[in-house]
Ligand binder design. Structure first.
Ligand code: FE2
Ligand code: FE2
Length: 265
């Protein structure tokens, strides 16, 4: 079984580059399950129902998010428009599962592919240098106790490399993959851990690399050099798609190979 995970799609440049590459990637690699992090897909900040539909139309089975999930208010109502047991598109957008009780939406999705293969996608958020949330480690334990499938992909949306590496070890042998997102810089450490869990500290951004992690670099430099507020705008130049491909055993849910991609125009 092949799983392709696409790192944070950022703005129109990110949407354009994934639209360019995904059709041939899915075909060439025989991808069964496609998961896309869409937290920055709408102008760098959040996700709208229309843009989510575009990502689903590209073949995404599940869209994961992170701290930017609520930046566009219309996504909240859309995510709340379906019950927990729905398989409709709004239910297949997940936000970090360790957000506090009462937060809209759901933190994981368990589904079945057309070939009968069951899978689950879990979204978690780190606590180091990020907003407060419940313990992502214990939240993962609680979710895994409820899942029926062994094929489980975890998008760990976190700032600190240490917290992400720790989560990889914590879940090694219990999930198919732990892939980091949020920092937008792909890391060169993708590997299969001894227990059979594919791990990468950060998949990287699918968006404009002529930027500071997606934002127009002059605006970010202005803020660093003057300390003055500036309205951030999504950059457009040098779009690249960052994605990680996992090969796994569909019955046992253990990874056998992991391969990373950073593809320009
Ligand atoms: Fe992001
Ligand atoms: Fe983020």
């Amino acid at each position: 079984m092949k799983i392709l995970f696409v790192g944070d799609v950022f703005g129109s440049a990110g949407r354009r580059i994934v639209t360019e590459h995904l059709p041939h990637m899915l075909e060439t690699h025989g991808v069964d399950l496609l998961v896309i992090n869409g937290e920055n897909a709408a102008g760098g900040f959040g996700l709208t129902p229309a843009i989510a539909n575009d990502l689903f139309d590209l073949g995404a089975h599940v869209i994961t998010t992170g701290n930017h999930v609520w930046d566009k208010r219309e996504i909240i109502e859309w995510m709340q428009s379906v019950p927990e047991d729905s398989d409709e598109r709004p239910r297949r957008i997940v936000r970090p599962a360790n957000y506090v009780a009462g937060t809209p939406g759901y933190g994981w999705y368990e589904g079945t592919l057309p070939n009968g293969q069951a899978y689950a996608v879990v979204n978690l958020q780190g606590r180091v240098f990020m907003g407060s949330s419940d313990d992502p480690f214990r939240t993962a334990d609680a979710i895994l106790a409820q899942l029926k499938t062994k094929v489980v992909l975890v998008d760990f949306h976190a700032e600190a490399t240490s917290e992400k590496v720790a989560m990889g070890w914590y879940l090694d042998g219990r999930v198919t993959a732990v892939l980091g997102t949020h920092t937008h810089v792909p890391t060169a450490d993708a590997r299969v851990l001894p227990g059979g869990t594919a791990f990468q500290t950060d998949v990287g951004m699918s968006g404009p690399y002529d930027s500071v992690i997606g934002v127009e670099k002059d605006l970010v430099l202005h803020r660093f050099l003057t300390g003055m507020p500036a309205k951030f705008e999504a950059a457009k130049g040098d779009p690249r798609m960052a994605a990680t491909l996992i090969t796994c055993d569909g019955a046992r849910g253990r990874a056998t190979a992991v391969q990373t991609f950073l593809m320009g125009e």
